[in-house]
Structure formats: structure tokens, C-alpha cells
Design a protein around this ligand. Structure first.
Ligand code: PGA
Length: 249
């Protein structure tokens, strides 16, 4: 059995008072929920969110792979460990596209996070043009393998988030069938690369315009183990509905 995860990626949104309210409400809401709820605020609020955590975990939105040094604006894995942070988003498409993160950096980040005994939520996904050209499988396989192939991983050391870029922040969600098809494929790649057992235990989240209306049907698919939620994670009531949908998997 894979315990579902719903992770809220606030991106560059929120405030101290929003974080306080969200943490309080999610602590109450998630107390008896059979879902791992994860909150991923901007880094300045990470300490606040981590310290308030009772019934959820905190995730950083980014990290640098170097241990320390002259990297203005960056944060190291040791700093995240200091906070008690458990998860780190790695390779989000906004980081790849807007901040030009390449696959080597993504691989180095995954390795650094795993080495520090935190868990990367590794984001992979194709563009619309790649999907239209029939390249979705090749793209996600390449992104996945380039990030993990040098590592010895167990299933609790990795979470994968399939996020088709054409569905992120666009209001256009992949259909449950489209998402399931890729999730099944990703699980197959994990089985080939690692082992069938490891693939079976690894949580694969769907991300891309998940909302209170679409979550239940997406999460009902056999290979979808929850969601990485952007816009809808900023609306507390909608986020709760999405978390509840994952509890019914
Ligand atoms: P969205 O973002 O839910 O707003 O599409 C998802 C993500 O980027 O993780």
C-alpha cells in the first residue's frame, strides 16, 4: 500500500499571516486523515511552517547541490536539515524553464537531497509540443533516468511528480486517462531501472491544475498516488477537499 501524498506548492505566493492560518487549519484538518499532507511555502516561511507542523510535513521549493560557498541567494541541504525539513521539490518545470536548470543540476540536487536523508519530490513532464510530437514517454523517461540512474534508492527515498507542462497553471488538467497512462509508464521505467518492488512502493503524484473538482477522479486512477497542487493549494477550503479526495484512494 502506498500512502497518498498531497503537496501544496505555494510558489512565490503567501505571507506570514497566510502561513500561520494555513498551518493551524491543516494541523486540525489532517489529524486523522490517512494522507501525508505536505506544505511547500517560499523559503522565508519554511522555518515558520516547519515549526508549526504537527500533522503535515514541510517541503522546500528548491535547494542548491553544493555544501556551501559563494552562491548568493541559494540554500544548502544542510540548512534545510537544520530546519527539520523532510521534502524538497527538485526539477520543477518553472525552475527548469525560467531559471534554466539543466538535467545535471537536477541530478546533483536529487543526489544531495537523498544524501542528506531528505526526500526529493522529483518533477518531470513534457511540453505541449513534445506531447503533440508523440515524445511524452521519451521525455519523462529521460528526465527520470538522468536524475536517478547514478543512485541506489529505496522506495521511501524518492517521490516522483508527473507534471505535464501544458497543464501547469493553465487550468487545463490532463484527463485521468492521460495522466494514468503516463504514471503507469513511469512506474514501468522505475521497475526496469530499480526493481519491481521499488516501483510498486514509490509514490507518483500528478500535478497540473489539480483542483477541488478534478482531484477525486485523478486520484482514483491506480497509479496516481496523490497530487502536487499549485494554485488550488492557496485556497484553504479547496486544498482540504483535494486532501480528502486523496484519503479515499
Ligand atoms: P498548478 O501548479 O496546480 O497551479 O497547475 C502545479 C505545480 O506547478 O506544481
Amino acid at each position: 500500500m502506498r500512502k497518498p501524498i498531497v503537496a501544496g506548492n505555494w510558489k512565490m505566493n503567501g505571507s506570514g499571516s497566510f502561513a500561520a492560518k494555513m498551518c493551524e487549519q491543516i494541523n486540525l484538518f489532517a489529524e486523522n486523515l490517512d494522507v501525508e499532507v505536505v506544505l511547500s511555502p517560499p523559503s522565508v516561511y519554511l522555518s515558520q511552517v516547519q515549526q508549526a507542523a504537527k500533522n503535515y510535513s514541510a517541503a522546500a521549493q528548491n535547494v542548491h547541490f553544493a555544501a556551501s560557498g559563494a552562491f548568493t541567494g541559494e540554500i544548502s541541504v544542510a540548512m534545510l536539515q537544520d530546519l527539520g525539513c523532510q521534502y524538497v521539490l527538485v526539477g520543477h518545470s518553472e525552475r527548469r524553464e525560467i531559471f534554466a536548470e539543466n538535467q545535471q543540476w537536477v541530478a546533483d540536487k536529487v543526489a544531495a537531497v537523498v544524501d542528506a536523508t531528505m526526500v526529493p519530490i522529483l518533477c518531470i513532464g513534457e511540453t505541449l509540443a513534445q506531447r503533440q510530437q508523440g515524445e511524452a514517454h521519451a521525455v519523462v523517461k529521460q528526465q527520470l533516468l538522468s536524475a536517478i540512474s547514478s543512485l541506489q534508492l529505496s522506495a521511501d527515498q524518492l517521490v516522483v511528480a508527473y507534471e505535464p507542462i501544458w497543464a501547469i497553471g493553465t487550468g487545463e488538467t490532463a484527463t485521468p486517462e492521460q495522466a494514468q497512462e503516463i504514471h503507469k509508464y513511469i512506474r514501468g521505467v522505475l521497475a526496469e531501472q530499480l526493481s519491481a518492488e521499488m516501483a510498486n512502493k514509490t509514490r507518483i503524484l500528478y500535478g497540473g491544475s489539480v483542483n477541488a473538482e478534478t482531484a477525486a477522479e485523478l486520484f482514483s486512477q491506480p497509479d496516481i498516488d496523490g497530487g502536487l497542487v499549485g494554485g488550488a493549494s492557496l485556497k484553504i477550503e479547496d486544498f482540504k477537499i483535494i486532501c480528502s479526495a486523496a484519503a479515499n484512494i
